[in-house]
Design a protein around this ligand. Structure first.
Ligand code: GLP
Length: 270
């Protein structure tokens, strides 16, 4: 794992979007794993800008989202399909047939989960998985006690997740109590994981995820097992970490990050 600390949320999101853009430019047929939530909205806004202004090409890439609410169809404004269409897919030159989310309205949810795993395997796996982190430490909707070897399945949402996400629903009581989510094992199989967290409310869970002991009570601690995982934070989200001097030193000295080192937004070559 590497931890990269940027001065503010905008620069952190810009940094993440530059990494995704570099991957897309190097391999236009890349398979991207995508996430939802307010944190990654600015990543998508930046990717849209790059598609329009810098000819970033999405026409050949394939995407798989982490999760979808059970019972919400893609046309529901609170569904993650709707979120993805609104924030990214309708604004870039992606072929919608290459974009995948689990179907939360499937009659047979277990079969839908197995189908999703097969679809991912069928394209050779996910190259780069974008992640956020929930207040429970969940990745996707892998709530506390999700097995590190879990695969795509239905999970009941925790009370804390209901508190965090219900305000996004026009009728908070209408928030589904369950979701289909890639498993922790599915996420660990991705070739490269890129987690973005910003803001002081994430500082404590980020510190536990990065520096705490691995535990299925906090799914994000499983990322400590991943051979290529980068955690990108703003100063506020990094504020409870103990070894920040070490993380900054690594970032300054790893040749891999040379093109990404500039601190000023807009200076970073794509
Ligand atoms: C939802 C998603 C997660 C995401 C989380 C973070 O719960 N299922 O994949 O990480 O939101 O949300 P936010 O960025 O709004 O804090």
């Amino acid at each position: 794992m590497e931890v990269i600390i940027q001065p503010n949320p905008e620069i952190a999101a810009d940094w993440v979007s530059r990494v995704i853009a570099a991957e897309l430019r190097a391999r236009p047929e890349t398979v991207l794993g995508l996430a939802t939530g307010s944190t990654v909205e600015s990543v998508y806004a930046r990717l849209v800008q790059m598609c329009r202004g810098e000819r970033l090409d999405f026409s050949r890439c394939r995407t798989f989202n982490l999760d979808e609410y059970v019972g919400l169809s893609g046309s529901d404004p609170n569904s993650y399909r709707h979120y993805m269409n609104q924030h990214l897919f309708s604004k870039v030159n992606i072929d919608l047939r290459n974009t995948h989310l689990p179907d939360g309205t499937a009659a047979d949810l277990a079969a839908e989960c197995e189908k999703y795993e097969r679809l991912i395997a069928g394209v050779g796996g996910i190259d780069l998985q974008l992640l956020g982190i929930g207040l429970t430490g969940h990745l996707g909707f892998n709530e506390p006690l999700s097995a590190f070897r879990s695969r795509t399945r239905v999970k009941a949402l925790s009370p804390l997740t209901l508190v965090q996400n219900a305000p996004l629903f026009s009728k908070p009581d209408a928030m589904p109590r369950r979701a289909i989510t890639m498993g922790v094992g599915t996420i660990l199989d991705c070739r490269h994981c890129l987690l973005l967290a910003t803001g002081a409310d994430k500082a404590e869970i980020v510190a536990q995820a990065v520096e705490g002991p691995m535990t299925s009570m906090i799914s994000a601690t499983a990322l400590q097992l991943h051979p290529r995982c980068v955690v990108v934070l703003d100063e506020a989200a990094a504020s409870h970490l103990k070894a920040t001097d070490y993380y900054r030193w690594i970032f300054e000295n790893e040749p891999e990050w040379e093109p990404f080192r500039s601190q000023k937004q807009g200076d970073i070559p794509s």
